[in-house]
Design a protein around this ligand. Structure first.
Ligand SMILES: Cc1ncc(COP(=O)(O)O)c(C=O)c1O
Length: 447
């Protein structure tokens, strides 16, 4: 058991020293990774020796994503309470595919699903699944949508597949996340066989450009554009399309949590009218990887798409998680989601979302006041900034990453090179923001 204590102590030391270290690993830490590249060992080493090696070489070669000054990608940190729940659940080593494999894992999914429904104002008919991330959550929701749409026109896609099936029109915005296209490809919808709808300068679908729909249609909307944070006009689109032959899905990988904030919940207006919505818990709910959530208004469609039976697998009257997920064996992801909501409560989630949004606005104001151009309307937690021409913006990003006070990445937004700032960590304090802003301005002035 000493090895577990040692791991906990090393983990705690890592987290406690995070604020004092560079957010990006130093070159010598990256060079040291070669020490791990040894031939297949004939004999093992003691566990403590392994842990010492992992900590000595591994910890410095991490990116400080779980601290308060990482603003890249839309990553999210880990709340200590959820990490603690994750450690305990790791010790349990549950197979949460079945009630029989993990009563506690199954129960926490049921409770978490109910809480998530309440957070979004969804009725109790809605069901869902806990998967690895938004890519798989999109896939899961869309599999349910495919099943429901084809069943409505007399086709059993689970039994008969897609060859010879009635056509489904698939509509997505021009600024949909690329993993949504990938999920559609995995479902046999074709990555290129999509009706792409033009968007406005914030990346929002222009409802007047939606195609005329005839027959089954899968409409994919977005709540939270990866660059601007903008939301498609969900309610307006729901009211525009024929409900009986359409399935409306919303990719809300991080925008989902706007629903918890009184000042942003209008962005999620219309969600109860859609058929499915997905999010990441490992992003803005700040639980450990990997954790995504699929919510579906017709759980029986999801069940049709995902369930299977085998003589050796016991079935109970209870909700069997694997009837709703692509996987059978899986870890008990509901534990950390439950732990986050149980410890934060509605008020804590609201506080975290509102604080991060306010901090994003502060970044935008500070950068604009110094003469740099903000390319987006800061409606949520995302800021796009240009430091001048493409070369100067890229050089500023390089310097910021090298400086190590904070970390931001680059992007292209509608033909412009920009730096993205994404604020989505429970750990980000206002001091972190001021320190990071000063570093950004310093690096920009040197570029
Ligand atoms: C809008 C959107 N959809 C999907 C994804 C993919 O999420 P994941 O990496 O968890 O699969 C992301 C990731 O940033 C996203 O922002």
């Amino acid at each position: 058991m000493d090895i577990l204590k040692s791991a906990a102590e090393r983990g705690m030391h890592f987290i406690e020293t995070l604020p004092d270290r560079s957010v990006a690993p130093q070159p010598d830490a990256l060079a040291a990774l070669d020490q791990l590249d040894i031939p297949l060992p004939e004999d093992g080493i003691p566990a403590e020796e392994m842990l010492e090696l992992l900590d000595r070489v591994g910890s410095p070669a991490t990116i400080g994503t779980t601290g308060g000054r990482f603003f890249g990608f839309v990553i999210g940190a880990t709340l200590p309470a959820t990490l603690a729940a994750n450690w305990l659940a790791g010790a349990w080593d549950q197979n949460a595919g079945l009630w029989a494999g993990s009563p506690i894992g199954s129960q926490l999914e049921v409770v978490s699903l109910r809480w998530l429904r309440e957070l979004l104002g969804l009725n109790e008919r809605w069901g869902g699944a806990f998967v690895t991330g938004a890519t798989m959550a999109n896939f899961t929701c869309l599999a349910a949508g495919r099943s429901a749409l084809l069943r409505n026109v007399g086709w059993d896609v689970e039994r008969d597949g897609l060859f010879g099936a009635p056509e489904i029109t698939v509509v997505i915005g021009d600024e949909a996340h690329p993993t949504l296209t990938k999920s559609l490809g995995l479902l046999g919808m074709g990555r290129e066989r999509l009706e792409r709808v033009p968007v406005d300068d914030q990346g929002r679908i222009r409802p007047e450009c939606l195609p005329r729909l005839e027959g089954p249609a899968l409409i994919c909307l977005q709540a939270g554009n990866i660059n601007t944070g903008s939301f498609d006009p969900i309610r307006q689109i729901c009211e525009h399309v024929p409900p009986e032959s359409t399935w409306i899905h919303v990719d809300a990988a991080f925008g989902f949590w706007a629903a918890a904030s009184p000042s942003r919940s209008h962005l999620m207006e219309g969600i109860p009218l859609v058929d499915s919505v997905c999010t990441d818990a490992h992003k803005w709910l700040n639980v450990p990887y990997d954790s995504g959530i699929a919510l579906v208004s017709e759980p029986q469609a999801l069940r049709r798409a995902m369930s299977f039976s085998a003589a050796y697998l016991p079935e109970t009257e209870r909700r069997e998680p694997s009837h709703y997920t692509p996987e059978l064996s899986r870890r008990a992801r509901g534990v950390e989601i439950w732990a986050a909501i149980q410890t934060l409560g509605r008020a804590g989630i609201r506080e975290m979302i509102e604080r991060n949004c306010r901090q994003a606005t502060r970044f935008a104001e500070g950068l604009a006041a110094a003469g740099y151009e903000i390319l987006n309307d800061v409606v949520l937690n995302q800021v796009l900034v240009s430091f001048g021409d493409a070369g100067r913006t890229r050089e500023t990003i390089r310097r910021i990453q090298e400086d190590g006070t904070c970390w931001c990445g680059g992007t292209q937004w509608q033909g412009r090179t920009a730096m993205r700032i994404s604020v989505c960590s429970w750990a980000t304090t206002d001091d972190d923001v001021e320190l990071s802003l000063a570093a950004m301005l310093r690096c920009a002035a040197q570029s």
